[in-house]
Every structure is written in C-alpha cells, then in structure tokens.
Write a protein that binds this ligand. Structure first.
Ligand code: NAD
Length: 360
C-alpha cells in the first residue's frame, strides 16, 4: 500500500538534508507518494507568507508530513512558521527521543531520555506587546492597578499562558507514551515555586493525572535543578514532560548529551495529524555545502514509518543509521573527534552509506 505524505524541504540546509532522508526512507522499500510542498523563506516573496494555506491543507489531507527546518529571523516582526504550523494543526505534543547510539562521542553512557514538550501555549505563542506602544502602556497600567506591581514604562511584554486543559493532555500523552513504550518513570519540569499560577497549575495538573497511572512512577523537578541533574546524571532520567519553553531548551540540552543536533529526531503530534521534524533548525551556515548531518531527519523518517504502521521498515532504518554511526567512517564532521577532520563525510555520502546498509 502506498502512503501519501507531505514533504516540506525547508530552509537553509533543509533541502539537502531532506533529499538524504527521503532516499533513506525510500530504501526501506516502503511505497511513499510524496506530496512536496515548499514553505519558508523561499516562498515569502512569492506568496506573502512562509506558511501558505496549501501547505496546511496538504498536511490536513495527508495527515502525515516529513518537514525540514524553517528559518525565523530574530529581527523584524515575522512570526515563526514552525510555531504557527503546530498551533494551526493543534500538534500539541512534541516528542523528542534522545538516545545515545554506540559509537557517538559523548561524555556519558546509557542515555535514553524522551522529551515530551507541550507545543501550543506558554510564552511561546508570540503574543507580545512592543515597548513604547499605547496598548503596552495600557496593559502595564492595568497590571499596576490590579496587582500593585510596578513594570518599567519602557518594557516590552510577552504573554505566558498555561491552561489546565493543555497541561492535562500533554501529561496524559507522556504517561500513555511511557505505558505503550515500556518506560517506567515520568518527570515533570517546572518553576512552580515562582510562577504559581502558570507552572503551578501545570504541576498540580501533572500530579492529578499521574495519580491515574499507578504502573508508571512520577516525580517533578524545578527546572533549574533538573537542568543541572541532567548534565550530571542523565542516566537517571526516563521520560520528561515539560511546558513549551522549558521543553524547547531541554530538547537541545538532551540532544547535546547524546551527540548533538545531528542525531536528534522529533515529531509533533496531535489527534489529527503528525509532522516529523528534527530538533535542529535550518543550520544556515551549511546551506548548500553538503556538510550537515542528515541522520536526525533520517531518524524522523524512522519514527514516521512506525507511525504509518511500517514498524519493521522503521526499525530497519534506525538500525542502518545506528550501524553507520557505530562503524564511524562515513559520518559528518559533528560525529568526528575533531570538527575539522578532513575525512568527515558529506550529507550525501552519509545517505549513500545508510542506503547501502538498507539494501545489503
Ligand atoms: P540550528 O539548529 O540551525 O543550529 C544550531 C547549531 O547546530 C549550529 O552550529 C548548526 O550549524 C548546528 N547544526 C544544526 N543542525 C545540524 C545538522 N543537521 N548537522 C550538523 N550540525 C547542525 O539553530 P539556530 O542557529 O539557533 O537557528 C537557525 C534557524 O533555524 C533560526 O531561524 C531558527 O528560528 C530556526 N529553527 C527552526 C526550527 C524548526 O524548523 N523546527 C528549529 C530550531 C530553529
């Protein structure tokens, strides 16, 4: 049976990484009918937006997408197309497995952490008020009147919202994932001691949901302490469930524990659609250089195949990537001992090696 899947090449190094991932997925023998949809900086001039409606419609119709990274400039008022896509499709759960494959250079052993990040709210939705604007002044004055707290007049504001409903569904997702995947413990990260009405609500909700899952243990950590403990003893952690911004930061931290962004895959999941994308961004400096590591996006492909019910091909693809890493010869610069190793393989050579493994 053929699976129709939306494919978004993305910005920066995205297109060449996607080309490599696509070749690896196809080498499993699974029949995929790719519905290629351009999005990102390359379509802004032509279509007036980085995320045209046709892209959302394609994903809604196919229900599954493999997505390259999309650039969001720090300057200017352009909003993130990545965030918009997650919110528009209500892809509320971001799942990021961080597994240390044998052969990867790391300071650690036995790291196998799954980051579950809430994807739709928190200070991440881009609800903001620019400094020195009349609306901002009004909000500052309302806050002063209602709380007695002073905010400087020249402040900009970013709204952080945490709801009981969104907290409940992400924590439930984490427990269901733990149960379905033989995981034994879920740890919630928060700053409930300071942000009582937002992170406090997240923690209170997490404790209530956890009480329904007697077979999976639950604990929580204040986020700064959790960050330190992950660096000191990552092997102690199993599934982490985190509000959006902490989840974003700890995803990269956990990627760093297992070899870096080049080997960190992910998925954005909702009740309707699933969008598979690596943790990394568009790695702009590697655009068109054949230098960036395609393994993260290949591992996204493995997650996608399993999601499509193609469990054995998904497992074979992950095993092929793991074998190429373990062998250590055909890997990109980021997996070499020295970053300037002249023997580092290029993106397309890694694709050749993974494809060859899958065909042998
Ligand atoms: P980045 O992930 O692109 O890069 C961080 C570092 O990791 C850089 O040194 C980069 O060269 C390296 N790197 C990233 N991917 C790699 C790979 N596959 N192989 C080897 N090295 C790799 O993050 P950034 O520089 O903070 O962001 C660049 C752009 O990407 C920004 O516009 C940002 O908004 C966007 N971004 C998009 C997504 C997404 O599409 N989901 C995620 C994160 C960042």
């Amino acid at each position: 049976m053929s699976h129709r899947v939306t494919l978004i090449p993305g910005d920066g190094a995205g297109p060449e990484l996607m080309d490599a991932a696509r070749r690896a997925v196809e080498a499993t023998g699974v029949d995929i009918d790719w519905d290629v949809q351009e999005a990102g900086q390359g379509v802004v001039d032509r279509e007036g937006t980085a995320l045209p409606l046709r892209v959302l419609e394609s994903i809604r119709s196919n229900r599954v997408a493999l997505k390259g990274p999309l650039t969001t400039a720090i300057r200017g008022d352009q909003r993130s197309a990545n965030v918009a896509l997650r919110v528009e499709l209500d892809l509320y759960a971001c799942l990021r497995p961080c597994r240390l494959y044998p052969g990867v250079r790391s300071r650690y052993e036995n790291v196998d952490i799954v980051v579950v990040r809430e994807n739709t709210e928190n200070s991440y939705t881009g609800i903001e008020f620019e400094h020195d604007e009349p609306t901002t002044a009004e909000i500052i004055s309302f806050i002063e009147r209602s709380t007695g707290q002073h905010i400087r007049e020249d402040a900009g504001l970013s709204i952080k919202s945490v709801s009981e409903g969104a907290s409940e569904r992400i924590v439930r997702f984490a427990f269901e994932y733990a149960r379905a995947n033989g995981r034994r413990r879920v740890t919630a990260g928060h700053k409930a001691n300071i942000m009582k009405f937002s992170d406090g609500l997240f923690l209170e909700t997490a404790r209530r949901v956890a009480s329904e899952y007697a077979d999976v243990s639950f604990d929580d950590r204040i986020i700064d302490n959790l960050t330190m403990q992950l660096v000191q003893r990552p092997e102690d952690y199993d599934v982490l469930v985190l509000p959006n911004l902490y989840g974003d930061i700890l995803s990269d931290l956990c990627a760093g524990l297992v070899g870096g962004l080049g080997v960190a895959p992910g998925a954005n999941l909702g009740d309707g659609c699933a969008v598979f994308e690596a943790t990394h961004g568009s790695a702009l400096k590697y655009r068109g250089t054949n230098r960036a590591n395609p393994m993260a996006l290949m591992l996204c492909g493995a997650m996608m195949l399993r999601h499509l019910g193609e469990v054995d091909p998904g497992d074979r693809l992950e095993a092929a990537v793991a074998a190429v890493i373990a062998e250590g010869r055909t890997v990109t610069y980021d997996l070499k001992a020295a970053r300037d190793d002249p023997d580092a393989a290029g993106t397309s050579q890694v694709a050749d090696a993974v494809v060859e493994r899958l065909r042998s």
